[in-house]
Design a protein. Structure first.
Length: 331
């Protein structure tokens, strides 16, 4: 946004260290823009509302989320609080302060989700669409895959492993993911989110890339021979991880291209009782009821299939431990 002539840019984050460094960088680079930093938690509805009243933003970009798949399998209640309830708080803030547009950053892991992180982001999409129904604020979810060089990117991990002399760890020889650069992602998010195309926009990320090939290429670029000077070790898929990700499914959604590299998905409407279900989700998350969390997620997203090796699935009931997402929803 700073490159496009905004008068004021407000960064809101609970992680103050990274935000402090980013604000310093932006203030040095964009001396004519009023750049503010606000340490705040999206889970705090009252704080979000006050920030909206204070700044009256024209555009709201909501990217705050717990994104680490295996960690959210270990703490599904935190995924609910941050990825679902935090999204609801931000959407309500955007509506209350009269923002022109709100853009919600989603993920390819929200499609036919196998992880708590993925299904929480899918419900986040529903929340944004639900709030938008009765709001003058235009709200859009933008769905895409991995961003090279972003915080927690596998590229950063591979580079650290290569610098140590290996081994470079890859989950599975056939595992693939979609990737784009930071500049590509930022530009397309602005185009898709502010273009008024529809409720869910999907970015064209090209063909998925084998993670093993990415690791081998990085080793080669570092001047070493993959598999010889620096070994590649396959460690197995972690809890909640799929072998391949998708950007949409024909069974659930239809799509049409609206411009180069941007398509709009026609997704089923959120259930009429969504906000009631969100209240139930808040209750079971607050109680640490993990089977209850999976049950409500399964009812909201019938395609949710938690993996049997997920810590979130493990209970004393063998049907929960071995069953599919639908089995959990029906339990």
């Amino acid at each position: 946004m700073a490159d496009h002539g905004c008068a004021q840019l407000v960064l809101v984050d609970i992680y103050e260290n990274e935000m402090y460094l980013k604000v310093r960088q932006l203030r040095e680079q964009y001396t004519r823009i009023d750049i503010r930093a606000e340490v705040a938690d999206v889970r705090d509805a009252a704080r979000m509302k006050r920030l909206g009243e204070q700044y009256r933003p024209q555009y709201v970009f909501h990217a705050a989320a717990h994104k680490h798949v295996p960690l959210m399998e270990e703490a599904p209640e935190e995924a609910v609080k941050n990825n679902v309830l935090g999204t609801l708080n931000v959407a309500r803030m955007a509506d209350a302060c009269g923002a022109e547009r709100m853009v919600f950053i989603s993920t390819d892991k929200a499609v036919r989700p196998a992880s708590v992180m993925g299904v929480s982001k899918r419900v986040g999409e529903m929340v944004v669409r639900q709030v938008a129904r009765d709001s003058r604020t235009r709200m859009t979810a933008v769905r895409f895959g991995n961003v090279l060089g972003s915080a927690g990117s596998v590229v950063s991990i591979f580079k650290q492993q290569i610098e140590r002399g290996g081994p470079v760890t890859v989950t599975h020889a056939e595992c693939t993911r979609y990737f784009m650069t930071i500049s590509e992602a930022a530009g397309l998010v602005l185009l898709a989110g502010l273009g008024g195309f529809g409720e869910i926009c999907i970015l064209d990320m090209g063909e998925p890339i084998k993670i093993a090939d990415l690791a081998a290429n990085l080793i080669t670029m570092a001047g070493s021979i993959p598999g010889q000077e620096i070994p590649i070790v396959f460690t197995g898929l972690r809890p909640g991880e799929k072998l391949h990700e998708e950007l949409l499914t024909d069974e659930e959604e239809r799509t049409h291209r609206v411009r180069d590299r941007i398509a709009v998905a026609q997704s089923p409407a959120p259930p009429r009782d969504l906000l009631h279900r969100i209240e139930e989700l808040e209750r079971v998350a607050g109680a640490g009821d993990r089977p209850g969390i999976l049950r409500v997620f399964g009812e909201l997203v019938p395609s949710f299939r938690p993996m049997a090796n997920s810590p979130a699935v493990a209970t004393d009931d063998p049907l929960h431990a071995l069953g599919s997402g639908r089995k959990i929803a029906e339990a």
